[in-house]
Design a protein around this ligand. Structure first.
Ligand code: CTP
Ligand code: MG
Length: 216
């Protein structure tokens, strides 16, 4: 059995003051709503858990049927842990997805699940890096990093539940994704192709792009 945990408890301060980012609307639905609609098209996702801002749990639970809604924490990894605690016993594999990536195509979910089904413990979708990347200190370039072996990482990230639970028992300071925790345990993290449509909405520019994509 495979579950999806949708982390949606961030504040998104840079986007819309006072409105949690996951509730911002694009083309008539919230970012959470778009993510749930996509997840429901994925046959191999059997269970959905939404990790919401504490003040929004009841409203979201009333709005969406067949979904478990729990309150998130102060950091993304605390929100993931809240989602893990809400998983039914029978769940063996879990996908962690950012509500901030509402237009992730079904094919990306499928690629992640297929890799788990073929034995991977941990799977991330990623895209090659298009820009040249430099390391900078005090406004001065320290090094140019060879971009050939760099990728930009997206979600959903897939894991065997036991592996991710174990990872979240470790030190979780300054963690920006779930795979980071698993990597430090020495577990191989497999990479599948992401999608440009799975871009993360962080800034007003990103939101404008999302609206331009859907509100035509
Ligand atoms: N998230 C969460 N709980 C937190 C922080 C983040 O569930 N305490 C979720 C967000 O809702 C988002 C995903 O993790 O779907 C990735 O976080 P990010 O894009 O950084 O979202 P925000 O923290 O909402 O936005 P920002 O950092 O721009 O303020
Ligand atoms: Mg954040």
């Amino acid at each position: 059995m495979t579950a999806l945990i949708l982390v949606a408890a961030g504040s998104g301060q840079r986007l819309a003051a006072g409105v949690p980012k996951a509730l911002v609307e694009v083309a008539g639905d919230s970012l959470i709503g778009h993510c749930i609609a996509a997840a429901r098209q994925v046959d191999r996702i059997h269970e959905l858990v939404v990790v919401a801002p504490a003040a929004e749990v009841d409203r979201i639970a009333a709005d969406v049927q067949g979904v478990t809604v729990v309150a998130g924490g102060a950091t993304r990894d605390a929100s993931v842990r809240a989602g893990l605690l809400a998983l039914p016993e029978a769940v063996e594999m879990v996908l962690i997805h950012d509500a901030a990536r509402p237009f992730t195509p079904v094919e990306v979910y499928d690629r992640v699940i297929t890799a788990l089904d073929t034995g991977a413990d941990a799977v991330i979708p990623a895209l090659p890096v298009a820009d040249t990347i430099k390391r900078v200190a005090d406004g001065i370039v320290v090094a140019t990093v060879d971009r050939c072996d760099l990728v930009a990482v997206q979600t959903p990230q897939g894991f065997r539940v036991a592996t991710l639970r174990c990872a979240h028992e470790q030190q979780t300071d300054a963690v920006t994704d779930d795979a980071m925790l698993v990597e430090t345990m020495g577990v191989p993290v497999h990479v599948v192709a992401g999608s440009h449509d799975a871009f993360k909405i962080t800034t007003a520019f990103d939101l404008a792009v999302a609206r331009a994509m859907r509100e035509v």
